[in-house]
Design a protein around this ligand. Structure first.
Ligand SMILES: *Cc1c(COP(=O)(O)O)cnc(C)c1O
Length: 399
């Protein structure tokens, strides 16, 4: 059997057995509806209460400010749509960045079609939003600023507490999509000073289809899903009790191992980055070298097609991700890679490797060797590389 090395933990993660086990009783034994008054329902309700308290503890939040949702995408939609609507009389201006996840980017585009105005802040070549740019973009009618905490493609970590303070000084609210950040870097809603924060269970070894939105007390956000009185009348629908229990068990598991997980990922990530930059020609690292997620590496290989690279690596058992939005049926390079200034042809040769707790040094060395072989092979078939070797085409700035 070919070896499988899963280096796509930013796409999703395997559930930890502890989380699966914690969920199981809630399917067949403790299956009551938390809104039912008899004991079977009330025990599900008390499990939910406990889950909310544990999430709140990890985020340094008040349990009453934690709302469970159907995932990161829903949390992002809620934060943007309901807040912009609730504060429309104050103003209809939203500020976000040019490197948001699609869940924010496409929601902002939808809001624009509804008559809201959106400013997308640029980023520098490391993918960092400039606090001065935010300051300059704030207007009296700016209601909300939403900036991703750690980017899902290039791993760059934004100065969220500084950006949130600037937004507040300008009279705007602040939301962050912390889906990639939570359990990898410290996420403390008080220290960050954010008004809302999104997270998702399946990015930290919990189940898919369950997430959360932190909404600071006093915020005038509207109900997002209309129906029953669940989630303090703000998000109707019978609670996904097993999912929420799984999310919390996975969060507990990850946070208990926070330091060792970060140390492990960081050492492997740096080894990976150092080897690739030293041993492969015409390659660049995307994202900030230091202000990046401990488990993220993202490279662009010139004269290589990202899709071909991915498929060939898969034949060697390595599962990763490229910088093309192939899921949408187009081969446009990712908006994130274009926003950091990569020319199309370089963005096309991109590869994201996101490490997990089970990743070993041997996996990384095997992956580096595989990348070297595949890149050499693909370049040998590339007419552009041929032209470059014959001096017909100057190399664009990489590295
Ligand atoms: C995965 C992801 C989302 C979407 O979360 P889902 O739970 O898959 O809907 C949103 N934002 C970021 C940064 C992500 O990485």
């Amino acid at each position: 059997m070919t070896r499988q090395i899963y280096l796509d933990n930013a796409a999703t993660t395997a559930m930890v057995p502890e989380a699966v086990e914690a969920m199981l009783p809630f399917f067949t034994k403790a299956y009551g509806n938390p809104s039912s008054l008899y004991e079977l329902g009330q025990s599900a309700k008390s499990a939910l209460t406990d889950a909310r308290e544990r999430v709140a503890h990890h985020l340094n939040a008040n349990p009453a400010d934690i709302y469970f949702t159907g995932g990161g995408t829903e949390s992002d939609n809620w934060a943007l749509k309901a807040t912009m609507e609730a504060y429309a009389s104050k103003g209809k201006h939203l500020i976000t960045s040019s490197i948001e996840h699609h869940a924010i980017m496409h929601t902002a585009e939808w809001l624009e079609k509804q008559g809201y105005e959106v400013t997308k802040l640029p980023v520098d070549e490391q993918g960092l939003v400039s606090p001065a740019d935010l300051k300059a973009a704030l207007r009296p009618d700016t209601t909300l600023v939403s900036i991703i905490m750690a980017n899902n493609e290039i791993g760059t970590i934004q100065p969220i507490s500084e950006l949130a303070a600037i937004a507040h000084a300008g009279g705007a609210l602040f939301h962050t999509d912390a889906v990639q950040a939570l359990t990898h870097i410290p996420v403390d809603v008080q220290a960050l000073g954010v008004d809302m924060l999104s997270a998702s269970g399946h990015k930290f070894h919990g189940p898919k289809g369950v997430g959360l939105l932190y909404i600071r007390k006093g915020l005038k956000t509207k109900s997002f899903i209309h129906g029953g009185a669940q989630e303090r009348k703000r998000r109707a629908g019978t609670e996904n009790v097993p999912g929420i229990i799984g999310l919390v068990a996975a969060l507990d598991w990850s946070m208990e191992r926070f330091d060792e997980r970060a140390t492990h990922a960081l050492a492997l990530r740096d080894h990976l980055i150092e080897r690739v930059l030293a041993e492969v020609e015409h390659v660049r690292l995307n994202g900030d070298r230091l202000l990046r997620l401990p488990n993220n590496a993202n490279f662009s290989f010139q004269f290589v097609e990202g899709e071909s690279l991915l498929l060939t690596l898969e034949q060697k058992g390595i599962l990763a991700s490229s910088g093309s939005a192939c899921a949408s049926g187009s081969l446009d390079p990712s908006h994130v890679l274009l926003a950091i200034g990569l020319p199309h042809e370089i963005a096309h040769g991109s590869l994201r490797l996101s490490l997990g707790e089970e990743t070993t040094l041997d996996d990384i060395d095997y992956t580096v060797e595989a990348i070297k072989g595949v890149v050499t092979m693909l370049r040998a078939m590339s007419p552009l590389y041929e032209d470059f070797l014959q001096g017909k085409k100057p190399i664009s700035a990489v590295h």
